[in-house]
Write a protein that binds this ligand. Structure first.
Ligand code: SF4
Length: 324
């Protein structure tokens, strides 16, 4: 076998670490693949099960929570490419913990907590509790998350209920809910009623549009509000398990992006195809009406079908029966 063939094979081999199998179907370099697989085995929590759920599971779609309870073993081996970003995040968390907890700094890091609500245990692990008792969580995310968070913050109004926020401002909701549940789990009157997410961007800052490392502070829900939110979701999950039913994920939970229709035309100034002004629609019949009125010979239709982006990242996509 030539050296090149050996190299190619090692880059696409499947990997087993701590008896867990991972695929490497996208040619992630071997050492990076081992790094991703290894760090994904370091998660300190247990998989969701009936009677015990993690903070991440309880704030996510109920359908996913029920799939997770009914399928405690991972549905299929995960691919290292999907795990790579979170592995880098895990390594960053380890480094942050080591840095903050040296020399009796007063920081408490990566502490797992648990409380019982309606006979079910809810667990969560906060990243950082500062010496003056503010909860902070470290997120190693794409600039898309910051873009969505900015959009959500513009939409927020005082009249919105938690249910409204869950559907209409899901990125803001997710971060606020996570910090609020840690606040509830800590149950310490000295902990501040606001918390922060420390964002570090993993895919650049989009030509300087987004700050790579930044802190965003959120007011936290009062503890009785958090308890009611968790209790309601547990009750819904219990009912579905008892009835053998599955709630549908909403468009927001599936990351629905509507179809986009537009017309492209050769530009008389530079000869390249450019979008015809006013031709962009999310509705096909309006697009057809525009073509009838303003289309010209040689125009090209550019159609992006609608999609559910979050379903692509869902662990249960291969068994999910909700129609697309
Ligand atoms: S695949 Fe999509 S619809 Fe199905 S559980 Fe996952 S997020 Fe929900």
């Amino acid at each position: 076998m030539s050296i090149l063939t050996q190299m190619n094979q090692s880059a696409t081999s499947n990997i087993t670490i701590n008896d867990k199998q991972f695929t490497n179907n996208h040619g992630t370099p071997f050492e990076m693949a081992v790094f991703a697989a290894y760090h994904s085995t370091l998660y300190s929590g247990n998989p969701p099960r009936e009677g015990k759920l993690s903070t991440t599971t309880i704030i996510g779609p109920l359908r996913k929570a029920i799939y997770a309870i009914l399928n405690p073993e991972s549905v299929e081996p995960q691919d290292v490419q999907v795990l790579l970003a979170s592995a880098k995040g895990t390594a960053m968390h380890e480094g942050m913990t080591r840095a903050l907890t040296t020399l009796n700094s007063g920081y408490i890091c990566e502490q797992r907590l648990e409380r019982t609500i309606n006979d079910w245990k809810i667990s969560g692990e906060f990243d950082i509790l500062t010496p003056d008792k503010q909860i902070k969580d470290l997120k190693f995310v794409s600039n898309y998350n910051i873009k969505k968070l900015d959009e959500d913050r513009q939409k927020l109004t005082n009249e919105m209920t938690l249910e409204d926020m869950y559907e209409q401002t899901p990125t803001y909701f997710k971060y606020q809910a996570q910090l609020s549940i840690y606040y509830y789990l800590l149950n310490d009157p000295q902990v501040k009623p606001y918390g922060s997410i420390l964002f570090s961007l993993n895919n650049g800052s989009d030509m300087g549009k987004y700050t790579i490392d930044q802190e965003v502070t959120f007011p936290l829900w009062p503890k009785e509000v958090t308890e009611e939110f968790i209790a309601t979701r547990i009750e819904l999950i219990k009912q579905h398990l008892a009835n053998g039913t599955l709630p549908d994920c909403s468009d927001s939970e599936r990351g629905y992006i509507p179809a986009e229709f537009k017309l492209a035309r050769v530009s008389p100034t530079n000869g390249s195809m450019t979008t015809v002004r006013g031709s962009k629609f999310s509705n096909e019949s309006e697009f057809r009406a525009f073509i009838r009125k303003s289309g010209k010979p040689g125009d090209q239709e550019v159609i992006q079908p609608s999609k559910y982006v979050l379903c692509n990242f869902c662990n249960f996509a291969s068994i999910c029966t909700q129609p697309i």
